[in-house]
Design a protein around this ligand. Sequence first.
Ligand code: OOG
Ligand code: NI
Length: 483
Amino acid sequence: MSASFVTPDWIRSRFCSALSSMYRSEVPLYGDLVQLVDEVNAAAIANHEGFEGEELKREMEENRLKVERHGAIRVGKPSELYTLRRLFALMAMCPVNYYDLSVAGLPVHATAFRPITPDSLTINPFRVFTSLLRLDLITDVRVREIAYERLEKREIFRKETIELVDKAEAQGGLLSEEDAVMLVHHAMETFRWQSDALVEKKVYDELKEAHSLVADVVAFRGPHINHLTPRTLDIDAVQARMPEKKIESKHVIEGPPHRLCPILLRQTSFQAVQEPIYFLNPNPNKPGHDDKVLGFHRARFGEIEQRGVALTPEGVALYHRLMDEAERELARIATDVQFAGGKPVDNATRQRVLQECFTAFPDSWEELRAQGLAYFRYVRSSQATRRPSLMNGNPQPIDMLIDQGLIRVEPIVYEDFLPASAAGIFHSNLGDLKHLQVQQSGPDQEGFEKALGAKVVDGDALYQAQQLESMTAMLESMRTNVA
Ligand code: OOG
Ligand code: NI
């Protein structure tokens, strides 16, 4: 690589850090959450063992633990998604997986732009969960027309951003440091909060009546970043301590329960804050009507995540089976007049029911591996270097080499999202959705990919490849006895 170019990983790190400072100043409560997470992490790290132990120490040393893990935006039209893909590509962020959220009453489908190689993920794992509005799912014809018309006119990217994307593409996807700094600078304009709305108050109310999500996308000049998400080492502790910091937490933690061997992803957030917005004045020239029309909007929040091992399709199937079982039991409890009387079940009850159902999910690394439920990286252990003769010309089953301590097995972290959890996060921050009018016409991955201008990458294939590559490299090093 020419010395005058910076790496896409470098641009991603700079982008993530710019977003982080901007978001802290825009949503001060997010800063309070980060502080709480730091406190909880510091306490947890002292007695953290096993899976995360070594990695954590390394991250502490390299000061990577505090780097945000993801954020989210929602865009309104295909061309916006298309340009985002080109922009994120310069940061080595590829669209991974297709998420259909219409099943949860949300008129959007989504992907997550993220680094896909282990090295890139280690340097900076920042991802952006990106949703595209599906106006075809909105039943109200008038609302649909207003939305098309307003979105048609808006331009969420600065001309300088587009010019730099064009320039990078002409240079094989690379930029000089000076250009990369300017790219991040101009791109921030797309992600920041813009309180001057794109619509009049009457239109906003109409959009919101159809679906709060439509108002959040269509009424604004840009797809304001709606949350950032640091990593916590103890999500249960952060959830429990939010009230102490005067942070109004989401009702329940999403995802699987606490386990010895964490799987997939657990998430929670705080309730979106109310922010002032200024609507277009419908009568700008009329004397006495030139003031801005003040209103309020809730969209932006703070979230935390705790990740575990990536599951194989068999593991994912078992996860869904047990989650369904737990949801049925929780629904039963919620309708039990004596217990909850139709009110949502509290987090403690939810976690207890999940714990009970998940006793059927093996909770040791050995079992998860033996039953093919999770993905692992195979690494040659230091013992293998000392006892090379065991392998010389005499291949042995991998399980035996693991038992003999010649191979170490490390869980591969889940880097993607869970549609049901994402839907829970959306709902918690959109307020009361009693006017749900979303048509159920199923997923539209083809339509999404057309807008994106590319196919989404299959997350599962990435984990599978990582496991296989580690195994091949390890066996090869054993065979040739090159450490
Ligand atoms: C995205 C919600 C999904 C997650 O972590 O699952 C998400 C949104 O509210 O726009 O970020
Ligand atoms: Ni999120």
